[in-house]
Write a protein that binds this ligand. Structure first.
Ligand SMILES: [Zn+2]
Length: 398
């Protein structure tokens, strides 16, 4: 059997205009969006909340639409787009927590068969530990493995061993390709190349995503929030308030913290739980909800913008900005990851080819050798050339 016979894709790009119902389903101005088949998607980005997904969508180089005739209904809110060479789906579980996130991840893997790995991108609660690291609101936490942990550990799952509670769950490490890409980002940070800040500036211009114009105060763990249901204005002026003394940061740029992210199902919002549940993990930098469920289904890197300190002073003020920081990190990271390795992987090969074809600049027409090469490749793979490369797109024919 030839490669072409073996790899003819089951779903092809369609030129049929989207119906009114379909446009409502996608919730977008889909008449202007290119359509991709589910097989073209190679990376899943999971966001628990709508503003987290919006922050990621603001970083897309291009948005797509995708229809599901062959694989059933869209069970979750999906968005599609391109981040450099990668075609991504942004998916949102129906509810927070590891079980719902795991169900969403399993469905996404079924509906998009060529997904290679995932990122969970959104906000999380920072674990302040000033003697070890200078972690502030609006920083970003990334689940990079360390000496005694794989990057993410479940904080509400484990066992007692020799009178000590051992955090459990054998979660896999993040994909090596993402750890390597993060390594390049670390080099950029040493060299003071501010790529993350540049992307972040683009998001923070959008309504609601600007950096909050408020002080970043870390209260002592013995000083609890005063006015329940209200903001911290009462805490800030209270005579008995206790604040952890920290040197002012000379800049307002986000700092990337790499280490252990603790994942579970319950919101941590008092300093006693915060310090108890980490159980001695010195590398622990952040609590979050849901990622452990995704990592059971698909290799995943967790990226969390720090929106609070997991104490009683937890507020919503930093949520959007923290989501923007996480989305900016995600974009810079994926820029450092090459597109799918197409050699010898038939479905991925198709996806990569489609990605290239779809990203063609329709306005320029002839792109020289590339314009001749791609149609030839498409023909070898069994694509229907007139359908895939219509004259109306202005592509030159071999
Ligand atoms: Zn407070």
């Amino acid at each position: 059997m030839t490669h072409a016979q073996n790899t003819a894709p089951t779903t092809r790009p369609s030129r049929k205009p989207a119906s009114a119902k379909e446009r409502m389903d996608t919730g977008s101005d889909s008449q202007e969006l290119k359509e991709i088949p589910p097989e073209a998607v190679t990376i899943a980005i999971f966001c628990a909340l709508s503003y987290e997904a919006a922050a990621v969508r603001y970083t897309l180089d291009e948005e797509f639409e995708c229809h599901f005739q062959s694989i059933g209904p869209k069970r979750y809110p999906y968005s599609f787009g391109r981040l450099r060479d990668h075609i991504v789906v942004i998916a949102r579980p129906h509810r927070m927590g590891t079980v719902k996130a795991g169900q969403c991840a399993a469905t996404v893997c079924q509906q998009f068969p060529n997904i290679q790995f995932a990122l969970m991108v959104g906000v999380g609660s920072g674990i302040p530990d000033p003697s070890r690291r200078d972690l502030r609101l609006g920083d970003v936490a990334v689940s990079i493995p360390g000496g005694n942990h794989p990057g993410v550990v479940e904080y509400d799952f484990g066992k007692y061993e020799h009178d000590r509670f051992i955090l459990g769950g054998n979660l896999d490490k993040p994909p090596g390709i993402l750890i390597s890409a993060d390594g390049i980002m670390q080099e950029d940070e040493i060299m003071d190349k501010r790529r993350l800040e540049k992307v972040l500036r683009g998001i923070t211009k959008k309504p609601g995503f600007a950096r909050p114009d408020v002080d970043d105060i870390l209260y002592d763990k013995n000083f609890h929030h005063i006015n329940k249901g209200s903001d911290c204005s009462g805490c800030e002026v209270a005579d008995r308030r206790k604040i952890v003394s920290r040197a002012p940061r000379p800049h307002a740029n986000p700092v990337v913290h790499r280490g252990l992210i603790l994942s579970g199902n319950s919101v941590i919002e008092n300093p006693e739980d915060r310090d108890r549940l980490r159980r001695g993990y010195e590398d622990a930098i952040c609590y979050e909800l849901g990622a452990a469920g995704i990592m059971d289904e698909i290799p995943c890197l967790v990226v969390r913008g720090i929106s609070d300190y997991a104490d009683t002073h937890k507020q919503d003020t930093w949520h959007h900005y923290a989501a923007a920081v996480a989305a900016a990190y995600c974009k810079v990271l994926l820029r450092k990851v090459d597109g799918p390795d197409v050699r010898g992987i038939s479905n991925i090969y198709d996806s990569q080819l489609l990605a290239q074809l779809l990203s063609f600049n329709t306005a320029t027409g002839d792109r020289g050798s590339e314009a001749k090469l791609l149609p030839n490749l498409a023909r070898q793979l069994g694509f229907d050339m007139p359908q895939l490369l219509p004259e109306s797109r202005g592509l030159s024919r071999p």
